[in-house]
Design a protein around this ligand. Structure first.
Ligand SMILES: *Cc1c(COP(=O)(O)O)cnc(C)c1O
Length: 418
């Protein structure tokens, strides 16, 4: 039996998908306040240890309205760039609520965070040295490569022996030398092993390695274990969720034990991104053409990889729902088809070899779990306009939270048109 997510969670709260596209244009990113808040709360309540903080990794989705909600829910945030710091401040985050996890940044970029008093982590000896030059006597964090990676695709495994990230644990002696050279204090240690695990064992294993490194420093204020918490992308067939309660219990016990031996009030942090935002969003588009080409059935839509690039970047699977005349289609004759976009590349495939109810022009196509690495990776490739984003509030009302690009936006940065 196929599970239809939007029906199952009452995603649209009575709003008509056709009406939403009429009002805000197609394609459209549609978010659920209820689901976004629910995921924030699950993460905030993950472990039973008093000094535990969740920092939302905003590269997954940095819509200003969603950031404000995350802050209301008590989350802090991590930033990968000055741009993310800038947006976080606009959303109301204070410097002490932001953690800058830098990677190969310029002196200007590092200084941007230092001048604001934002905790900064560096992830190589050369960048630690740069930090020391820029802020002698300061407090800094380092990103450790705990030797264990995890993730859904080689491109997103960010620890282990094949990654550009982190300082290897064998280099701790050198770290200490650089700290001494500039009178720096090591304030925190962080890691991030990769993105999308459905079983917490690697996370715990890597956390243990990082805690072993942490032991070698006397007065750390925090240890941060990174993100990567997965979500079930294959929900139509009932893929189980990450067992968050069970995981949180075991993880929490481990942290409490470790803290007892170290220092009572050390802060532990996690940095979920995808887990917070992915499931709160449906990407809705329109079928403009159907055709058969040498035995392959194509559903031609406005959902190009400029709108959602995860499938072309990572061969990611997103489930599809089909709507016709304002209703979800759940029965009928089927065909195996590729759902494709309107971008001039053959790789522009949103969903490959899917069994679909025979589609027609003007049908709507909904792509599940589009809230993480969706809009944040959208582009104007082919000079297409990035879609609007709307939020369905808990009471069912709809709010525009980012307007659609205009044609004028496409030429905004050309000096000779100013
Ligand atoms: C991307 C990233 C995260 C979030 O990863 P998710 O898989 O989305 O949870 C957390 N920390 C760091 C350092 C990252 O680069």
């Amino acid at each position: 039996m196929t599970i239809y997510y939007t029906q199952n969670v009452d995603f649209y709260k009575g709003n008509s998908t056709e009406q939403l596209l009429k009002e805000f244009g197609s394609p459209l990113y549609i978010y659920s306040e209820e689901i976004f808040r629910k995921r924030c709360r699950e993460m905030v309540g993950l472990v039973d240890y008093p000094h535990y903080k969740v920092t939302y990794s905003i590269k997954t989705n940095s819509n200003l309205t969603l950031l404000k909600i995350a802050r209301e829910e008590g989350l802090h945030a991590d930033a990968m760039s000055p741009g993310e710091i800038f947006v976080l401040e606009k959303a109301g985050f204070k410097p002490h609520e932001i953690f800058y996890i830098s990677n190969n940044v310029s002196e200007e970029e590092m200084k941007y965070a230092i001048d604001k008093g934002i905790d900064t982590s560096v992830d190589s000896l050369s960048q630690l040295d740069m930090y020391g030059r820029l802020n002698p006597g300061g407090k800094v964090a380092i990103r450790i490569n705990p030797g264990v990676g995890a993730g859904h695709h080689a491109k997103v495994i960010t620890a282990g022996d094949k990654t550009k990230f982190g300082i290897n644990t064998e280099c701790i002696g050198k770290v200490k030398e650089i700290l001494k050279k500039y009178g720096l204090t090591l304030k925190g240690i962080n890691q991030h092993i990769g993105s999308l695990f459905m079983d917490g064992s690697k996370y715990v294993e890597s956390a243990k390695n990082t805690l072993n490194v942490a032991k070698q420093f006397d007065d750390l204020e925090f240890v941060d274990f990174g993100g990567g918490f997965g979500i079930p992308y294959r929900k139509q067939e009932g893929q189980p969720r990450l067992e968050i309660a069970e995981f949180g219990k075991n993880f929490g016990e481990m942290l409490r034990e470790w803290a007892k031996e170290y220092k009572k009030d050390i802060l532990f942090r996690s940095e979920p991104g995808r887990y917070i935002s992915a499931e709160s969003c449906i990407l809705l588009g329109t079928v403009h053409a159907v055709k058969e080409n040498h035995g392959t059935f194509f559903v031609g839509t406005d959902l190009g990889f400029n709108v959602l690039s995860r499938p072309i970047m990572y061969d990611s699977h997103h489930e599809i729902e089909q709507y016709r005349d304002g209703k979800i289609i759940t029965a009928g004759e089927t065909v195996t088809a590729n759902v494709v976009g309107n971008i001039c590349e053959s790789g522009d495939i949103m969903a490959k070899d899917r069994v679909l109810f025979i589609p027609k022009e003007k049908d709507l196509i909904a792509v599940m779990d589009a809230g993480a690495y969706g809009y944040s990776m959208a582009s104007n490739y082919n000079n297409r306009l990035r879609p609007a984003e709307v939020l369905i509030n808990t009471d069912g009302s709809v709010q525009l939270i980012r307007r659609r690009d205009t044609l004028e936006d496409l030429i905004r940065n050309f000096p000779d048109l100013a």
